[in-house]
Design a protein around this ligand. Structure first.
Ligand code: CIZ
Ligand code: SF4
Length: 319
């Protein structure tokens, strides 16, 4: 609409005036994704967002995503100002893994190498040996297994189980889940597949086992987008946050995209197919954080330094 176009123009001018770059996740509003690309920023997964923010010359990073993504940017670039359109945008994995309980769990298992998913607070990362994202988790856990390491994994139990199955590593799991991916349903997916026998099934590994088991491709958001772009099928069933469809449609306009089934719909289920915290990112929020200097990420320096070690280990490993 005209109003959204006007907000976009205002936001673009503010980014320029503040020498800021916009780093957006695939799950946020399509206008924010487009704005990031149109103004020299990036739309990506959490791994690439972290790399891009660290390497970009801009002294202000605006991170459209959820809290841990802003924190990761600040951990890697403490000298930069890191702003978020809404600082209350969190994640059920982060919420479900409080630093004090997590620390006690780690302390009870000192023989294990602590590997945490990116979707955790800076304080949890500070206690970990490695951070991983879904783009590099398999590779890193395989590497640790080859070194004979036993692993303590947190917080996503579905991703942990998937990696455990693939690598055969000894993994002790924290019991967390993503409220969005946890809602995808295996039985309903079986029925949908009968109606679309030629469709390729694309699944993010934060989904339940019954859904992952039916996948043609299991992977990170970037891997799923690549699968749509390069795939020879006409139809694709997508089991991840539906914010990703925006980018998939842009990159593969002639393919047919079908959302994977969830138990409820948007009226009955607030977390079905779209993350309520990703949805808190808006053009107006972006304008306000730049105009008013609000939404700034601040971290305790000792925590930041310890968290940086585990992120840097991953970035060096995947470089
Ligand atoms: O579900 C998320 O928050 C994801 C997929 C993050 C990421 O790694 O990009
Ligand atoms: Fe967290 Fe799930 Fe939302 Fe991603 S989609 S931010 S994992 S709650």
């Amino acid at each position: 609409t005209a109003q959204r176009a006007a907000l976009k123009t205002e936001a673009a001018a503010l980014l320029k005036a503040h020498n800021a770059v916009l780093v957006a996740h695939f799950y946020v509003d399509g206008d924010l994704q487009d704005l990031a690309l149109e103004t020299g920023g990036i739309v990506s997964d959490s791994l690439e967002m972290a790399r891009f923010g660290r390497d970009h010359a801009a002294q202000t990073l605006v991170v459209a995503g959820v809290r841990f993504m802003g924190e990761t940017a600040k951990i890697l670039s403490p000298e930069k100002r890191v702003l978020m359109p809404d600082l209350d945008a969190t994640c059920s994995l982060d919420l479900g893994c409080p630093a004090d309980d997590f620390t006690a769990f780690c302390d009870a298992h000192p023989d294990r190498t602590v590997v945490v998913y990116a979707n955790t607070s800076a304080a949890v990362k500070a206690r970990a040996d490695w951070m991983v994202t879904s783009s590099c988790a398999l590779e890193i856990v395989s590497h640790l297994k080859a070194q004979g390491k036993k692993i303590l994994w947190a917080p996503d139990r579905h991703l942990g189980r998937y990696i455990q199955e693939k690598t055969g590593a000894d993994m002790l799991m924290w019991n967390g889940a993503c409220i969005v991916h946890d809602e995808f349903k295996g039985l309903e997916l079986e029925l949908l597949r009968e109606q679309h026998p030629g469709a390729m099934i694309l699944v993010h590994p934060e989904s339940p086992q019954s859904v992952v088991a039916q996948a043609d491709v299991v992977g990170s958001t970037s891997a799923l987008i690549k699968a749509v772009v390069e795939g020879t099928a006409q139809e694709y069933v997508v089991a991840t946050d539906n914010g990703i469809l925006h980018r998939m449609r842009q990159l593969a306009p002639n393919k047919t995209l079908i959302e994977a089934p969830t138990a409820g719909n948007s009226a009955t289920c607030k977390s079905c197919a779209h993350c309520p915290w990703m949805a808190m990112n808006s053009l107006q929020g972006l304008i306000d954080c730049l105009k008013l200097g609000q939404g700034q990420i601040e971290l305790d320096e000792p925590v930041r330094i310890e968290a940086k070690a585990c992120i840097t280990r991953m970035l060096d490993f995947t470089a």
